[in-house]
Design a protein around this ligand. Structure first.
Ligand code: 13P
Ligand code: SF4
Length: 397
């Protein structure tokens, strides 16, 4: 079932102190007034309730095969312990599609993942996101209107016919539908190279949405393109800040979006850890900036990172550049290896952390009582075209 190591007892990884900043990043002490519309009808259990684990287990047992819980690798341990499967966004999309018998899919991840699950599951199934505030700042960096404007500019520059859109899974259903309408594909960090190879067989240029770093890193590291082949379309500038000549000359048109978590790693973090931990292997996620990826020893998705550490020699030393929940879990699961976080500052994904045990208990107990909370539904027209692009991804060689 799950390949993610379970949280170990006798953990060696130090929990960051409960500073106001750390608590805010963890989703506690949040400003509730700024979160209208995301409250939980009924009772959200208190985080201090000592029975939360037992309550979650009881509600899950009562629901039996009716419920299937998916957990992204960046989720908290307290939530991951209840996941039927864990995975990166690619694996979870496939796992959601492969469970037609489960009436309810409880998605412990973020909004765009739950949308993709709704698109890939049957009409009869309902996808539940335990906290509707679990969004993704990167996905929010490309709106349907902005992308439509960008496409108009590609048409005006006379290049639209040769452009194939490739949208990262970390995008809204609207952007996935745009991609499907224009003959493109979705990709994840596990299959971005295969997606680009496919796209360059269909056309001469790629419009890569919304993560400029994954697009640039894959184009340059894996496809042999140069940095000069890439331009960045900035939706906040007139014409994206690009001339028609620049668009005609480019092979990769990168959307100006990024992950606020992985964007925190810098070249200094890599240099500093190499000094601090002699002999360390630096392994980073491809959402990191190009200079970080260039300076690292290994690059890969969350699944890749987990497998690399599973295969690592006892005594080996690793600095990992990805979300802290996963790094901490890996450090605890491999006490025979020295695993450190690439950057010294706290680096949780605050929106992933919105899904905590109280919200999971609330969602499961609501389902067990016959109420279906926080259903994520994509409208049929959007779903039709988004599914084209998602199916194209699932069919990549
Ligand atoms: P993967 O799960 O594809 O590695 O992506 C990481 C991520 O940022 C998910 O939000
Ligand atoms: Fe979005 Fe980055 Fe958080 Fe993933 S880690 S959900 S890309 S902000």
């Amino acid at each position: 079932m799950t390949t993610t190591p379970a949280p170990a007892t006798g953990a060696t990884f130090a929990e960051p102190g409960a500073t106001p900043l750390a608590l805010l990043l963890l989703g506690r002490e949040a400003d509730t007034a700024s979160e209208r519309g995301v409250d939980c009808p009924g009772d959200l259990p208190a985080a201090s309730d000592p029975d939360l684990v037992a309550r979650a287990a009881a509600a899950k047992a009562k629901l039996g095969d009716k419920v299937f819980i998916l957990g992204h690798h960046y989720q908290r341990d307290e939530v991951i312990q209840f996941a039927d499967v864990t995975g990166d966004s690619f694996k979870l999309a496939r796992d959601a599609a492969a469970r037609p018998e489960a009436e309810y899919i409880v998605f412990c991840g973020v909004h765009f993942m739950a949308e993709s699950a709704d698109i890939l599951t049957t009409e009869r199934q309902q996808v539940v996101l335990p906290d509707l505030a679990a969004g993704c700042s990167m996905a929010d960096m490309a709106t349907a209107e902005q992308v439509a404007e960008c496409w108009d500019q590609l048409v005006d520059a006379g290049v639209a016919d040769s452009v194939v859109p490739v949208a990262y899974m970390n995008s809204s259903a609207d952007i996935k539908a745009f991609t499907g309408r224009h003959g493109g594909t979705i990709c994840t960090s596990s299959n971005a190279k295969r997606a680009l190879e496919w796209a360059f067989e269909q056309g001469e240029k790629v419009l890569f949405l919304p993560d400029q770093h994954l697009g640039r890193n894959t184009a340059v590291r894996d496809m042999g393109l140069s940095l000069d082949d890439c331009v960045v379309y900035n939706p906040h500038k007139p014409n994206g800040g690009l001339t028609a000549e620049e668009l005609r000359a480019a092979k990769m048109i990168l959307w100006r979006g990024h992950c606020s978590v992985h964007g925190r790693f810098s070249l200094d973090s890599v240099n500093e850890v190499r000094e601090r931990v002699p002999g360390v292997t630096v392994l980073v996620h491809p959402e990191c900036k190009h200079e970080v990826v260039e300076a690292a020893d290994m690059v890969g998705s969350t699944e890749y990172i987990i497998k690399a550490l599973d295969a690592a020699e006892p005594g080996s030393k690793w600095a990992i550049g990805t979300e802290l929940n996963l790094v901490r879990r890996l450090a605890n699961a491999h006490p025979d290896k020295e695993i450190v976080f690439l950057d010294r500052s706290v680096c949780f994904c605050s929106t992933m952390n919105r899904i905590d045990l109280p919200h999971l208990v609330w969602a499961l107990e609501s389902l067990a009582d016959g109420r279906v909370p926080n259903v994520i539904t994509v409208d049929p027209e959007t779903e039709k075209f988004a599914k084209l692009a998602l199916d194209q991804m699932l069919a990549l060689p």
